[in-house]
Write a protein that binds this ligand. Structure first.
Ligand SMILES: CC(C)(COP(=O)(O)OP(=O)(O)OC[C@H]1O[C@@H](n2cnc3c(N)ncnc32)[C@H](O)[C@@H]1OP(=O)(O)O)[C@@H](O)C(=O)NCCC(=O)NCCS
Length: 229
């Protein structure tokens, strides 16, 4: 961890939160290093205008983008190249206050779709929509308070998720993931097709970069011997 990350860790009171923070830093640094010859402790990060962390150095590797999400029992990290990416992971809580949360974050048609779902499907439908919205906001680097999530409307029946009204900001693609039986995640990218990998980390287990991650062709900071053929 760098000084800023250490200061943030020290500010966290609960030991569990401190451990999660450290695990997240390790997952980000080790995963980014799996794509190029940069030691995990050499990465530096800086927040974008909306607070989204981005790579600040090494300077020539800023084409790599990432986004992190944490929830009870799981961390998700999405990495992309040359385009923004957003990820959100949530634990499927069947006892969540769907009505109350949908009131503040869902459009009327989305609320109706959640209400219409069979009881055993309600949590999955709710969190699929929720994570899709949040992944889209996170891909754009927008935080709570800058956009009304009720204005971002998804087709509640679509799989993978699809915007009901795409708007003028170009195409968005979404990938629906189910990393465990208890977790739902969605990825958002502003393109029809991108090079993208997702890494997961579970508190209490060893951090490993995404399976199949390898040095990416064309990224500098690597030694020629590791260049992909
Ligand atoms: C940070 C934010 C964007 C997501 O918060 P969250 O759901 O509590 O947290 P997640 O676990 O999914 O993501 C946290 C990570 O996102 C990253 N992040 C921080 N600010 C971000 C931003 N503006 N954009 C994208 N990613 C951001 C960080 O890496 C952070 O982890 P870290 O603090 O350990 O580095 C939050 O401030 C927010 O505003 N979310 C929108 C929530 C919303 O409107 N929900 C309604 C349903 S759509």
């Amino acid at each position: 961890m760098d000084d800023g990350e250490r200061r943030r860790a020290e500010a966290l009171r609960a030991p569990g939160s401190r451990r999660l923070h450290a695990l997240a830093r390790a997952l980000v640094r080790m995963t980014l290093s799996s794509y190029c010859d940069v030691a995990p402790d050499r990465w530096s990060f800086a927040p974008g205008p909306g607070g989204k962390p981005r790579i600040a150095g090494p300077h020539d590797l800023r084409s790599l983008r990432f986004n992190l999400s944490h929830t009870d029992g799981l961390l998700a990290l999405a990495v992309s190249r040359d385009c923004d990416v957003g990820v959100d992971v949530e634990r499927l809580d069947p006892l969540a206050d769907f009505e109350g949360l949908a009131e503040v974050a869902f459009a009327p048609c989305e609320r109706d779709a959640v209400r219409a779902a069979a009881t055993e499907q309600r949590a999955a439908r709710f969190f699929r929509l929720w994570t899709a919205k949040e992944a889209l906001l996170k891909a754009q680097g927008l935080g709570l308070g800058t956009v009304d999530p009720r204005a971002i409307i998804f087709d509640a029946e679509a799989s993978p998720p699809r915007l009901a009204r795409p708007g003028g900001a170009g195409p968005w693609s979404f990938r629906a993931l189910r990393p465990t039986a208890a977790h739902v995640a969605t990825l958002a990218v502003p393109a029809a097709s991108v090079e993208l990998q997702v890494g997961w980390a579970t508190p209490g287990r060893r951090v490993t970069p995404p399976s199949g991650s390898r040095p990416l062709p064309g990224l500098s900071g690597r030694t020629p011997s590791r260049r992909a053929s």
